[in-house]
Design a protein around this ligand. Structure first.
Ligand SMILES: Nc1nc2c(ncn2[C@@H]2O[C@H](COP(=O)(O)OP(=O)(O)OP(=O)(O)O)[C@@H](O)[C@H]2O)c(=O)[nH]1
Ligand SMILES: [Mg+2]
Length: 419
């Protein structure tokens, strides 16, 4: 399920992360190289200026008390004074006086030695290269680099049934999240995946709990909870109704099914067969009769028999057929359903997006069931169908059997995408 999108997103994140590492390494190495060169140049300049300074001092010593040398001399004196503090006083034995006396010659030598020692690196400067090296393990994804791969990302999303507006949103938000951000090298790929996760979380609409809604209605009213299912031909409406009724029954919620497809041959028998198999009553009328009245009859039956929930089947209709859309709008007016649920196929891609948009525009849907997710390799429809309508996916159909239905869960979906 959804394997293609999962694989493609993973590969893309890996590729971008590898590229980011490569590119940034070169940049950092370059800058390290540059810094080394600069530092060499500076130390050369420093040595040169020290040499000049020394010459100046010597010159100044020759020109004693000249005002121009005064400062240099003072500095030199301070240096000497500081050096004497660190030097142990050398002693020599004066045989004449028969005692040890300070060896002034040696002291002078030692002072000279001390002050000509190279200056120790100041705090902050010694960790400089260390800082550069630590920077090497961090990378930044540049805007230019991201743009190169953005088109590829958009294409792979579109190829995997993600609607254009959703693909554009993913690319835009990912750019906002990763471009220019300093990332640890080893974390680039996971950071991209984390960003994907967050974006997808924002795109998917939070589903509501149908069972909770049914129970709430039951608490406050004697009327049953009514759901009407619509969609184009063959998407799995009848099968989904049976699956949901079976699921509700297992949760202690009683149901009745309304055979509202009075148009397609054998549709009534099909629903009756399902009803028998799951042990749920089916209300039906003749073929060609008004589907709204079948729904109405089923609601009446539920009220009379204190049944919690009515699920109304409808004939498949193309989203391009205005007349048939009017018919379902009439059914909605008569039956006043608590939920109008669109049933679409996960595998249909962009067509499913167009269908759901039209049904939503014409009758205002409340939620979506995406069927055949078990045979959907791509996964993009599930990502987009809610976003374009701002309505939640409530269930995923994952097979032909009655138990092959999953309550839609955002986090599980993200997990299925391998993120
Ligand atoms: N693999 C798979 N097949 C499904 C799923 N849901 C439904 N089907 C199959 O899809 C086919 C059509 O299902 P129906 O329930 O008759 O579809 P429908 O929307 O009621 O069709 P019409 O009434 O003709 O518009 C059947 O063969 C179902 O078994 C699903 O989640 N996974
Ligand atoms: Mg049907």
């Amino acid at each position: 399920m959804f394997g293609k999108l999962k694989e493609k997103l993973k590969n893309w994140a890996k590729k971008v992360s590898e590229k980011a590492k490569e590119t940034e390494e070169v940049i950092e190495e370059k800058s390290a190289e540059k810094l080394k060169k600069e530092s060499k140049k500076k130390s050369k300049e420093k040595k040169k200026s020290e040499k000049i300074e020394k010459e100046l001092v010597e010159e100044a010593e020759e020109k004693l008390f000249e005002p121009s040398t005064k400062e240099i001399e003072e500095k030199e004196e301070i240096k000497k004074f500081e050096a004497t503090k660190e030097i142990e006083l050398p002693m020599e034995y004066n045989t004449g006086a028969q005692k040890f006396e300070p060896d002034l010659e040696k002291l002078k030598e030692k002072i000279e030695e001390k002050i000509s020692e190279p200056e120790k690196s100041k705090p902050g400067t010694e960790s400089f290269f260390k800082r550069v090296t630590s920077k090497i393990s961090k990378v930044k994804i540049s805007e230019e680099m991201f743009n190169v791969y953005a088109e590829e990302l958009e294409m792979l999303l579109l190829e995997n049934n993600v609607a254009l507006e959703v693909a554009e949103k993913v690319v835009y938000e990912l750019k906002e999240k990763v471009v220019g951000k300093e990332l640890l090298k080893k974390e680039v790929e996971s950071e991209i995946q984390e960003a994907f996760k967050e974006i997808i979380r924002g795109i998917l609409v939070d589903p509501f709990d149908i069972i909770k809604r049914i129970k709430e209605k039951k608490k406050n009213s004697k009327d049953p909870f009514v759901m009407i299912f619509c969609g184009v031909n063959g998407t799995g409406k009848t099968t989904t109704i049976s699956k949901i009724a079976s699921h509700l029954k297992s949760k202690g919620i009683s149901c009745v099914l309304a055979a509202g497809d009075t148009f397609r041959a054998a549709s009534i028998e099909q629903l009756k067969t399902h009803g028998e198999k799951i042990g749920v009553k089916v209300i039906a009328n003749d073929y060609g009769s008004d589907p709204a009245s079948v729904g109405f009859d089923a609601i009446k039956y539920a009220k009379k028999n204190l049944i919690d929930c009515v699920l109304i089947d409808t004939a498949g209709r193309m989203h391009t057929s205005k007349n048939l859309l009017k018919e379902i709008e009439k059914m909605a007016r008569v039956c006043k359903p608590d939920l109008k649920i669109f049933v679409g196929e996960s595998i249909t891609g962009n067509d499913a997006i167009e269908q759901v948009k039209t049904f939503n525009f014409e009758i205002g849907i409340d939620g979506i069931v995406l069927t055949k997710a078990d045979i959907d390799e791509k996964g993009g429809t599930a990502l987009s169908v809610g976003y374009v309508t701002k309505k939640p996916i409530l269930y995923l159909g994952t097979g032909q059997e009655y138990d092959k239905i999953e309550v839609f869960n955002k986090e599980k979906f993200i997990e299925k995408l391998g993120l």
